[in-house]
Design a protein around this ligand. Structure first.
Ligand SMILES: C[S@@+](CC[C@H](N)C(=O)[O-])C[C@H]1O[C@@H](n2cnc3c(N)ncnc32)[C@H](O)[C@@H]1O
Length: 212
């Protein structure tokens, strides 16, 4: 990721946004697409497993996997504000010793030690320009399950892209959203020895779970 996109992430995913999202999460729970991903992963089974949540945001995935029987996990996030909120969330749920937090760009700070039974990227692929690096590296770290939510590469979502990128532009942020071709994303995942076990779409998003 260019340093510009990273600066943009700090700027877009700031404390105010994190707190607003947390409030919504406390009221309504995970959003629909996150719930779909979590249900699919838990159906496969998470008991006794560890996880790596890349771009974990306010910590919805960490909470749910640990409540579902996962034993521990790591959350790597490029936003300092989101890491702080996810840490708080872990403490408040009694998970402080079960989750390790790493702040920074996953593609530059992840090591083999971050490999996990379950690797999740919920609405993170769309934050990254070079998917070859992001998807290649993250799918390699998945020992059993690789679960992702990312935008569909259909015309109506592509049409909305300039609108999605208008807000960061107005805010003066270098952050941009990307819509990557599904075929290209899946090719990288398949080449890393994973097979698709679950696939569903909503109007704008695709939820896909792969297994080794
Ligand atoms: C759209 S938010 C999604 C947050 C959460 N997964 C959810 O679905 O609510 C994208 C998250 O990914 C993080 N992120 C984006 N690119 C990243 C990267 N290269 N390394 C680590 N975190 C990244 C952002 O900081 C942000 O927390």
């Amino acid at each position: 990721m260019g340093s510009c996109q990273c600066q943009g992430i700090e700027n877009m995913f700031d404390e105010k946004t994190a707190r607003r999202e947390l409030k919504k999460y406390h009221k309504k729970g995970p959003v629909k697409t996150t719930r779909m991903l979590l249900d699919a992963v838990k159906k496969i089974g998470v008991k006794g497993m560890d996880f790596l949540d890349i771009g974990g945001g306010i910590g919805a995935i960490q909470n749910d996997l640990l409540n579902g029987g996962a034993v521990k996990g790591t959350n790597i996030d490029a936003s300092k504000a989101y890491i702080e909120v996810a840490k708080e969330e872990a403490n408040n749920n009694g998970f402080s010793v079960k989750v390790k937090f790493k702040h920074g760009d996953f593609t530059t700070i992840a090591t083999d030690e971050d490999s996990a039974d379950i690797v999740t990227l919920d609405k993170v692929i769309c934050c990254y320009d070079d998917i070859y690096v992001l998807v290649e590296l993250s799918s390699k770290l998945a020992r059993k399950i690789y679960a992702v939510v990312y935008p569909r590469d259909v015309w109506w979502v592509k049409l909305a892209l300039p609108i999605m990128n208008l807000y960061p532009k107005i805010k003066g942020s270098p952050f941009r959203v990307f819509i990557h071709p599904t075929k290209k994303v899946e090719e990288i995942i398949f080449n890393n020895g994973l097979k698709r076990a679950f696939y569903k779409t909503t109007f704008a998003w695709q939820i896909a779970v792969f297994m080794r």
